[in-house]
Design a protein around this ligand. Structure first.
Ligand code: PBG
Length: 307
C-alpha cells in the first residue's frame, strides 16, 4: 500500500553522475575526501561509463583536470583539451549515454578563479568570451548539454549566441543559476584541483542568505535562453528548489554537491548512519522539493538499489 500511494518516485534516469577526467593512461586515482570517486584517465573513464550506461542512469557530467593551467585558462577552450577528448571517447563508446559538461574556468586557471582576474577580482565580461568558446568546443566534441557553473552575469546569453552561430542550435543549456558561495564545495576542489590561490568566490557566487535573488538569477538565465535551471548545493537550499518549481515551468535540477556526499560518507564510515537509507532519503527529499533530476555522487549506488 505504501508503494501504491507514494508521491515521489525515484528512478535511475533521474541521476547524473559527476566524473573527473585527467591526462594519462590507466589512471584511477582515489579522491580521499570523496570515497568511491576517482580522477580517471580517459580509458578508465570510458570503463566507468560502461557501468553507468548499463544501470540506466540519466547521464554523466564531466570535469577536467588539465595538464597545464594558466591565467587565460587556455586548455578550457582547446578542441584537444582533456574534457573535449574525453567527450569524444565516451560518445564513441556509448553514443546513447547523455553527456553533460561543466562550463567553467576554475579547473584551468593558474589562480583557481572562475574567470579572468584583474587586480583581486574576476572581470565578468572578458570571461564571457572564454565561456562561449569553451561551450562551442564541448558541443563540437559531442556534448548534449552544456552547464555553465561560473556565475558570470550574461554567460547564458553569450553561450547561446555562440552555440547557435556555430550550428549547435540543438545543444541545451542547463544553467547553474542559483549557485551559492558554499563551504560544501571543499572536497570537489580537492578532486578538481581548483581551490583559489587567493580570496574566495563571493564576488560571483551567491550569498546563502538570499532566496529572492536566487529567483531573480533564474529568471535572468531563462530570459537569456537557458533550457534548464539548477540549484546548488541541494539539501541546504530545498526551499529554493520548491520556490523555483512553483514559479518556473522548465526542467529543474539540483546538485547534491561534494560536501553533502562527503559528510554522509564520513558518518557512514564511522557507523553512525546507514548508507542505503540516508542516500535514498536525501535523494527523495531533493526530488520531493521539486528537482526533476539530480547531479549526485550517489548516482551509481542509488541506481543499483533501485534496479
Ligand atoms: C566549478 C564547479 C564547482 C562545483 C561544480 N562546478 C566548484 C566551485 O564552484 O568551487 C562544485 C561541485 C561539488 O562540490 O560537488 N565552478
Amino acid at each position: 500500500m505504501r508503494r501504491l500511494v507514494r508521491e515521489t518516485q525515484l528512478e535511475p534516469a533521474d541521476f547524473i553522475l559527476p566524473l573527473f577526467v585527467c591526462p594519462g593512461e590507466g589512471i584511477r586515482k582515489p579522491i580521499s575526501s570523496m570515497p568511491g570517486n576517482f580522477q580517471l584517465s580517459i580509458d578508465e573513464l570510458v570503463k566507468e561509463c560502461e557501468g553507468a550506461h548499463a544501470l540506466g542512469i540519466g547521464g554523466i557530467i564531466l570535469f577536467g583536470i588539465p595538464d597545464h593551467k594558466d591565467e587565460m585558462a587556455s586548455e578550457n577552450y582547446d578542441d584537444n583539451g582533456i574534457v573535449q577528448r574525453a567527450i569524444r571517447a565516451v560518445k564513441r563508446a556509448y553514443p546513447n549515454l547523455l553527456v553533460m559538461t561543466d562550463v567553467c574556468n576554475c579547473e584551468y586557471t593558474s589562480h583557481g578563479h572562475c574567470g579572468y582576474v584583474v587586480g583581486n577580482d574576476v572581470d565578468n565580461d572578458v570571461t564571457l568570451d572564454w565561456l562561449a568558446k569553451c561551450a562551442v568546443t564541448h558541443a563540437r566534441a559531442g556534448a548534449d548539454i552544456v552547464a555553465p557553473s561560473d556565475m558570470m552575469d550574461g554567460r547564458v546569453g553569450a553561450i547561446r549566441t555562440a552555440l547557435d552561430a556555430n550550428g549547435f542550435q540543438k545543444i541545451a543549456i542547463c544553467a547553474y543559476s542559483a549557485k551559492f558561495a558554499s563551504g560544501f564545495y571543499g572536497p570537489f576542489r580537492e578532486a578538481a584541483e581548483s581551490t583559489p590561490t587567493f580570496g574566495d568566490r563571493r564576488t560571483y557566487q551567491m550569498d546563502p542568505a538570499n532566496g529572492r535573488e536566487a529567483m531573480h538569477e533564474m529568471q535572468l538565465d531563462l530570459e537569456e535562453g537557458a533550457d534548464m535551471l539548477m540549484v546548488k548545493p541541494a539539501m541546504p537550499y530545498l526551499d529554493l528548489l520548491r520556490q523555483a518549481r512553483d514559479r518556473f515551468d522548465v526542467p529543474l535540477s539540483a546538485y547534491q554537491v561534494s560536501g553533502e556526499y562527503s559528510m554522509i560518507m564520513a558518518a557512514v564510515e564511522k557507523g553512525w548512519l546507514d548508507y542505503d537509507r540516508i542516500m535514498m532519503e536525501t535523494l527523495t527529499s531533493i526530488r520531493r522539493a521539486g528537482a526533476d533530476f539530480i547531479l549526485t555522487y550517489f548516482a551509481r549506488d542509488a541506481a543499483k538499489l533501485l534496479g
